[in-house]
Design a protein. Sequence first.
Length: 276
Amino acid sequence: MKKKLVILFTAMMTMLVLAACGSDDDTTGDSGKKVLKVGMEAAYAPFNWSQNDDSNGAVLIKGSKEYAAGYDVEIAKKIADGLDMELQIVKTDWDGLIPSLQSGAIDVVIAGMSPTEERKGTIDFSENYYTSDYVIVVKADGPYAGAKTLADLSGAKVTGQQATTHYDVIDQIPGVNKQVAGTDFGAMRVQLQSGAIDAYVSERPEGISAEMALKNIKYLVPEPNFEADPSTTAVAVGLKKGSDLTEQINKVLAEISEDARQKFMEDAIANQPAAQ
C-alpha cells in the first residue's frame, strides 16, 4: 500500500511539473498576468513602426531587440490594461496577420486593419477605433504634384499595399498604369523616391507621416475622392471568429475618448522615426 502511495505521489508531482512547464511565456507573462498577443507589422507609421529603444512608450517586440511604437501600440496598451493582461507585440507580415490570428499564434490584430466585408467573412472585428480617408502620395517636385482629381493621374504608375483596399481602388483612376502591389509602405516610399512609381495610394495619417519624414514627398486628397465603403477607411481590432475578447475590447474602446484618440495620433505622427 505504501509503495502504491509513493508511486501515486510521484505521478502527481510529475503531472504538476509538466503542467508548470507548459505554462510558458505564450500564456503567462513576467508579471504573472495572462499575455495578450498582439499582431502588427511594425512598419506602417504612424499606426505602428519599429525602433531601437523604448522611447515614447515603445514596447519590446517578442523575440527581437527592437521595439514597436505608434498609434496602434498606444491602443494596444489601453486594451491590455483594460483587460488586466500583459501586452506582447508579435511582429508579423501583413499577409500573415489573419492566418496567425486563425492559428492562435496571436490573440488580436491591432495593425491599422480595416473591417471590410471580405475580412468579416474570415475574422471578427471590434468597434472602430479610428476613421480616416484615402490620399495619394507623390513626389513634391514630380509630374503629378499638382493633381487635383483622379483623372489628373491618368498615365501615372500607381501602386498600393498588397491585400488592401488601397490597391483595389487604383482601378478608379482613368488610364492608370497600375503597378505590382507593394509589400509595405517603407518599400513604396523608396520606389516613389527612385522614380520606379509615380504615386501610391494610402490614408491620411500615413500621408502626413510620409510628408513629414521625407521632404520631397507630399500627399494629395483628390476631389472627388475614391468611391468606397466607409468601412475601408475605418480601423478596428481583428479577432478570431467567436472570440470571447470581442465584447470586452469594445467596452475598453468605449472608454477611450475622442480627444485621447486624436492625441495618440498627433503624438504618433510627431514621434515617428524619420526613415519611416
